[in-house]
Write a protein that binds this ligand. Structure first.
Ligand SMILES: Cc1cc2nc3c(=O)[nH]c(=O)nc-3n(C[C@H](O)[C@H](O)[C@H](O)COP(=O)(O)O)c2cc1C
Length: 261
């Protein structure tokens, strides 16, 4: 569990409730809780080296690798964040910024997550949808969402209705994660995936502005497939994905994202 909220406040209370339910269903389950504040991740500098040369060259890679490894190792992730003016709080957004290159080169195909947020009254859904959309963009196979209006400054007490919601969510999540089955990607996921698959052809080794995208997508199993081979894609979605691949490939002949050498 990543707590992207700047403190152990209302959102953390809600996550603890989900955790208790998960432990009730599966007493042998082990939780690791990481407070993003403790990681002292500096702000993304905007150097764009992750996009161009690879995330290993990020000036904050030591911290980021730990985060990526933790997600890779997990069976299921809980992302907690606070909603500040209808969007994820800055600490969470900073993590998103550091992982943004993965929208070009998605990675977490086997992972499933729950996104949890609390908000005073209004805007929690748009914040949660933002993070869910991002996680899907970087490969997450499935994301559950819980957004709750706390009507509280740091003194939140979940009501009975919320307690039932947490119980049901924990049951669904546990069942899904332990099944180890993957969900087929939505059309909304296939569009950017296949656009990048096509556009990456403009950045392969030997082109004027080669990037790490050109390396990632050239892999045989990836370049020929509408989605990661770990995930089954029905025939009609393959046609849909390939259509966007062709659009991306065509666009790569007319548009090149340049950089200073
Ligand atoms: C900087 C800041 C911005 C906030 N923005 C909103 C907002 O846009 N809408 C709202 O209803 N509540 C807003 N709130 C209230 C919090 O979302 C709410 O109290 C939340 O439950 C706090 O969760 P936490 O204790 O996990 O941080 C804001 C609070 C702070 C401190």
């Amino acid at each position: 569990m990543f707590n992207g909220s700047p403190h152990k406040g209302n959102t953390w209370q809600l996550v603890k409730l989900i955790q208790e339910n998960l432990e009730g269903i599966s007493p042998e389950s082990a939780f690791e809780e990481i407070q993003l504040t403790d990681l002292q991740l500096p702000f993304c500098t905007g150097c764009s080296i992750c996009f161009r040369k690879g995330h290993e060259y990020c000036p904050h890679n030591k911290i980021m690798e730990k985060i990526i490894d933790k997600i890779d190792e997990s069976d299921g992730m809980i992302f907690a964040m606070t909603t500040f003016y209808m969007q994820p709080n800055a600490l969470t957004k900073n993590l998103i910024d550091h992982l943004s290159y993965m929208v070009h080169r998605p990675h977490f195909f086997k992972n499933k997550a729950i996104v949890v947020t609390t908000v005073g009254g209004v805007g929690g859904n748009s914040a949660a949808n933002y993070l869910v959309g991002f996680l899907k963009g970087i490969g997450f196979n499935y994301c559950y969402k819980l957004s709750v209006a706390s009507y509280s400054w740091n003194n939140y007490m979940p009501d009975d209705k919320t307690k039932i919601k947490c119980k049901m969510l924990a049951e669904r999540f546990h069942k899904d994660v332990s099944s180890k089955k993957t969900h087929t990607p939505s059309l909304g996921v296939l569009i950017p995936y296949n656009l990048f698959r096509g556009m990456s052809l403009g950045y392969v080794k030997g082109t004027e502005y080669e990037t790490e995208d050109g390396v990632y997508w050239i892999n045989q199993s990836r370049s020929k497939s509408t989605y990661d081979p770990l995930v089954t894609v029905p025939f009609y979605k393959k046609i849909f994905g390939n259509l966007f691949y062709v659009i991306g490939k065509t666009a790569s002949k007319f548009i090149t994202v340049k950089y200073k050498k």
